[in-house]
Design a protein. Structure first.
Length: 250
């Protein structure tokens, strides 16, 4: 993809649960080279939107395009193979495995060799080299042999992103990667996100407003299942509708 190329597009997405409208005609565009933050109060529809974009379930109406392909009816594994990576609010690592083993398992999901089932995973040079590369990129190269369950909270979040990167995604959907972090861990994560956006499109769902306004290139604000604004951080900060609905102004 060229820089700023459209990577993921959710168009007019509506989601109904019986009589409840969780999303109402939401449109969002993610471009390579940008961190696109998605903010809103609890119940605004952020989790429902990211679940639809990642393929956990299809929308009631609307469409999703990934790298120019209509993936609206694709399930999550197929979207992952096509270039979509996601992290969750809760850690999804294997705590008894080492950092390296977690990264290698993620890489093996992409570099599968089912016809060579008798060969040890250690013999797969591609997944091994990928595991080393993503661990280093996420600042975990000195922790490769440490059990993942013994990492700090921030390091576990770094490991989750490393595992995402091991699947070679073009688009990253990151669900509250800064939650529960201290100031030092937050700084490390923001530095990593700034580096990753060079060759990825990133959707960042986050409640830390200071971090959002520092790292985001574009911000989408949701209220009650609808988008009320999509703009630069500077314009979002001064938007009267956003101030009233979300930032607490009167």
């Amino acid at each position: 993809m060229a820089s700023s190329e459209l990577a993921l597009c959710g168009q007019n997405i509506t989601q109904r649960w019986g009589g409840l409208v969780a999303l109402n005609g939401v449109t969002i565009h993610l471009h390579r080279g940008q961190v696109h933050a998605l903010i809103g109060t609890n119940g605004a529809g952020k989790s429902t939107l990211i679940n639809i974009l990642s393929g956990e379930f299809p929308p009631s109406q609307g469409s999703v395009e990934l790298l120019g392909q209509d993936v609206t009816r694709w399930d999550q594994p197929r979207r992952a193979r096509a270039g979509l990576g996601r992290s969750y609010q809760r850690n999804t690592i294997y705590p008894t495995f080492t950092v390296f083993e977690n990264c290698r398992l993620a890489a093996q999901a992409t570099h599968q060799l089912p016809w060579q089932w008798w060969i040890s995973a250690q013999a797969c040079k591609l997944s091994t080299s990928t595991a080393h590369a993503v661990a280093e990129r996420c600042g975990l190269q000195t922790l490769l042999e440490r059990p993942a369950g013994l990492l700090s909270h921030g390091q576990k979040r770094q490991l989750e992103i490393a595992m995402c990167l091991a699947t070679q995604p073009k688009v990253l959907l990151l669900d509250e990667p800064l939650a529960g972090m201290g100031a030092e861990e937050t700084e490390r994560m923001l530095t990593l996100l700034a580096e990753l956006k060079t060759d990825h499109a990133i959707l960042l769902v986050e409640h830390d407003m200071d971090a959002v306004f520092r790292i985001a290139d574009v911000i989408t604000v949701m209220v009650n299942g609808s988008v009320i604004a999509t703009d630069t951080p500077q314009n979002i900060r001064t938007d009267k509708q956003v101030q009233i609905a979300y930032l607490g102004a009167h």
